[in-house]
Design a protein around this ligand. Structure first.
Ligand code: MEV
Length: 436
């Protein structure tokens, strides 16, 4: 059985690794050598990464790729994408190229407000609480002024504060719901600081307040919500049906019809919707991670949005009207281009520079386009050649690396598999034949 350890976070990096080697690797130092080989030679850069989290022992690489030719609202972009799945960047690039000759992507930000709550319990009369809240609301907002001053200078701040009765969901449960505009910041720290200040002031004012007749509200917690249905961007592509012709395979009308059926299936069938939306998130997460944003927050918010009407459904939609094909998606995205990792992580700085230092709104548009492009590419493959052809072609290099092919063997086998179908077994056999 492995040992418990106390004071681990106080160990030096070398001590932490030695402890792991002793306790988990039978003293074999190969793992230590590997962990150290991933350290950056630039000590300052390594220290920066060490200090992002606690107990850092090494770095974990993810590929940083780019997908060019994204025409968005008439402007060309090359998207930075951080992702390990082999086919994602290639698929994004293909979809970008395809739509760049058909008018490109159009986007618009529909709304940008975020929400946070002070959750509390109150056992007294609801009307009394409501009028008490209206009385103290200016004081609650006033208490946040030192925190909101700078954000207000940038055009953001607290937009509203309301008391919401949640007692139908849970006995004695209410919350104060604050809405925020955080401009170019994702705003999590700002929102949470404001909420905690509101909670502290709310409790302090309520103590011994004669209006509440000795029923003091008891705060449970204060936190932003990652569900952001009022921070939404729309991305769409549109073209004449005949422009969708896939030479030698489908007429534009045939392709459009099959494509729309595929989207419809994701709209009505949750099993399919989850995979369909996962494909969208392949594009979304890759750009979200590359630009230093919180992909867990985005994932949680997006999937909640996909289930907002009570059944999990497709995020994207498609239609044909007057011989015109339209494919679109509304996506809730709380993103930032200032604060957090954006000014700290050198690769994030590069990614944002590559995008022309976008505002948070522009980044919302770019990320939504990455998702729509990815979804288009996936559905095009699924409804025509099938997904494995492209997937396995991209996966070929992974297999070759895994089975230890040399550079020249790789070159020969990549050529061989241009005209042969890829499977793990086929690649192993082809390498064996080549060596024989
Ligand atoms: C794979 O990462 C993503 C797809 O499964 C998406 C989809 O099925 O639409 C190809």
């Amino acid at each position: 059985m492995q040992q418990q350890v106390s004071g681990f976070s106080k160990f030096s990096k070398a001590e932490k690794i030695n402890w792991l080697i002793t306790n988990y690797f039978n003293g074999n130092t190969q793992a230590k050598t590997l962990l150290e080989s991933y350290w950056n030679a630039d000590r300052k850069l390594q220290q920066l990464h060490d200090e992002f989290i606690e107990n850092t022992i090494s770095n974990f690489y993810m590929p940083f790729g780019v997908a060019p030719n994204f025409l968005i609202n008439g402007k060309n972009y090359t998207l930075p994408m951080t992702i390990e799945e082999s086919s994602v960047v290639a698929a994004a690039s293909n979809a970008a190229k395809f739509w760049s000759t058909r008018g490109g992507f159009k986007t618009s930000v529909l709304s940008t407000t975020k929400i946070g709550h002070v959750h509390f319990m109150f056992e007294g009369d609801q009307n009394t609480l409501q009028s008490y809240f209206e009385n103290i609301k200016p004081q609650l907002l006033e208490a946040t002024k030192p925190l909101t001053k700078n954000m207000e200078k940038r055009g953001g701040g607290i937009l509203d504060l309301n008391l919401i009765d949640c007692t139908s969901k849970m006995k004695h449960y209410y919350h104060l719901e604050a809405t925020f505009e955080t401009k170019d910041a994702m705003g999590a720290n700002f929102i949470n600081s404001c909420l905690e200040q509101i909670a502290t002031t709310f409790e302090a004012l309520s103590q011994n307040s004669p209006e509440l007749h000795e029923h003091e509200p008891k705060v449970v917690m204060s936190i932003l919500s990652n569900y952001v249905p009022n921070c939404v961007v729309r991305a769409e592509v549109t073209c004449k049906i005949e422009e969708l012709t896939l030479e030698g395979h489908f007429t534009g009308a045939e392709f459009a019809e099959k494509f729309i059926q595929a989207v419809r299936i994701a709209e009505v069938e949750p099993y399919r919707a989850v995979t369909h939306n996962k494909g969208i998130m392949n594009g979304v997460d890759a750009v979200v991670i590359a630009t230093g944003n919180d992909f867990r927050a985005v994932e949680a918010g997006v999937h909640a949005y996909a289930a907002k009407n009570g059944q999990y459904t497709s995020l994207s939609h498609a239609k044909i009207e007057n011989d015109t094909f339209t494919f679109w998606m509304d996506l809730p995205l709380a993103l930032g281009t200032v604060g957090g990792l954006t000014g700290l992580h050198p690769m994030v700085k590069i990614a944002l520079e590559l995008l022309g230092k976008p505002s948070a709104k522009e980044l919302m548009e770019i990320v939504a386009v990455a998702g729509l492009a990815q979804n288009f590419a996936a559905l095009r493959s699924l409804t025509t050649t099938g997904i494995q052809k492209g997937h396995m072609k991209m996966h070929l290099l992974n297999i070759l690396n895994q089975i230890g092919a040399t550079d020249t063997e790789k070159e020969d086998l990549i050529l061989h598999f241009k005209t042969n179908s890829v499977s793990h077994r086929a690649v192993v056999e082809a390498l064996k034949n080549l060596r024989d």
